[in-house]
Design a protein around this ligand. Structure first.
Ligand SMILES: [Zn+2]
Length: 117
């Protein structure tokens, strides 16, 4: 259950939400990194959208809708977009999960389970 939206998804129009869902279904990478810590595992969930457009239009549009950061690798002509905090990432994953394919939903569940405190 989401009480307060941390990622801004709820403020968007249904069309904008659908655009994000479709893009992440096709191009998104969902990663859960687990590192062994002293007392407890260190967890980090990450959403990446990589595209090879020279002007980075797709990642810029994502950033204008949801915020987050863009990393550019100019030599590879590559743009990566991620959200800034785990809170935002988990919030966005909750929103988009019902609209994703089964494969994506399984991965998202892994992240939501693994990253919760
Ligand atoms: Zn949200």
């Amino acid at each position: 259950m989401i009480n307060i939206c941390d990622c801004g998804f709820e403020n968007l129009t249904p069309f904008e939400q659908g655009w994000i869902v479709g893009l992440l279904e096709g191009e998104g990478t969902f990663i859960l990194r687990v590192k062994p810590g002293v007392n407890k595992p260190w967890l980090n969930a990450l959403i990446e959208v990589v595209n090879t457009e020279p002007n980075g239009e797709i990642t810029k549009r994502l950033q204008s809708l949801l915020g987050g950061k863009i990393y550019r690798a100019y030599r590879k002509n590559e743009c990566k977009w991620t959200l800034n905090t785990k809170k935002e990432i988990l919030c966005l994953l909750e929103h988009i999960k019902p609209f994703m394919s089964k494969l994506r939903q399984t991965k998202i569940n892994e992240i939501l389970t693994g990253a919760s405190p």
